[in-house]
Design a protein around this ligand. Structure first.
Ligand code: FES
Ligand code: FES
Length: 162
């Protein structure tokens, strides 16, 4: 099939896609967007998290055909101008990145959480952060630095911290 969809705001078309291959495979191997990571390919780890029509999903569980005509947002789209997104800055500054394999998925999940709570004029509570990131596994950090990073990102984006 020919897959036509929008990726990070840009219309993309790819030919010879098998409908059953994963959106993650299409992004990484056919579109040259390797930011989303393939760690488990079973929907268990969250390292492949992308937006599909503004909803975070595991790209390894989305069949390519399901993305037809839809909007896909990847971690590459968080910083289109080449500057770090506030969530990326917060992860770096909080020391929440070690091997980095989980990081792209965590960045997308955090961006979604902070955007949702900002739209409600508030910052996420710790319980909300834990719930929002429950599907994103990290083998390195022990999660405390990740929680610090999400709090820092939420503060920054609310204008409360430098
Ligand atoms: S690679 Fe998709 S959830 Fe692990
Ligand atoms: S930093 Fe290595 S898996 Fe999270």
């Amino acid at each position: 099939m020919r897959l036509s969809c929008s990726v990070n705001g840009t219309p993309r078309e790819v030919d010879d896609v098998w409908e059953g291959e994963s959106l993650l495979y299409v992004l990484r191997e056919r579109m040259g967007l390797p930011g989303s990571k393939n760690a488990c390919e079973q929907g268990e780890c969250g390292s492949c998290t992308v937006y599909l029509d503004d909803v975070p999903v595991c790209a390894c569980l989305v069949a390519a055909g399901q993305a037809q005509g839809r909007e896909v947002g990847t971690v590459e789209g968080l910083a289109p101008a080449g500057e770090l997104h506030p969530v990326q800055e917060a992860f770096l500054e909080a020391g929440a990145v070690q091997c980095g394999f989980c990081t792209p998925g965590l960045l997308v999940a955090t961006d979604d959480l902070v955007a949702r709570t900002r739209a409600e004029g508030r910052k996420p509570a710790d319980a909300e952060i834990r719930e929002a990131l429950a599907g994103n596994l990290c083998r390195c950090t022990g999660y405390e630095k990740i929680l610090d990073a999400v709090r820092l990102a939420a503060d920054r984006m609310a204008g409360d911290a430098r």
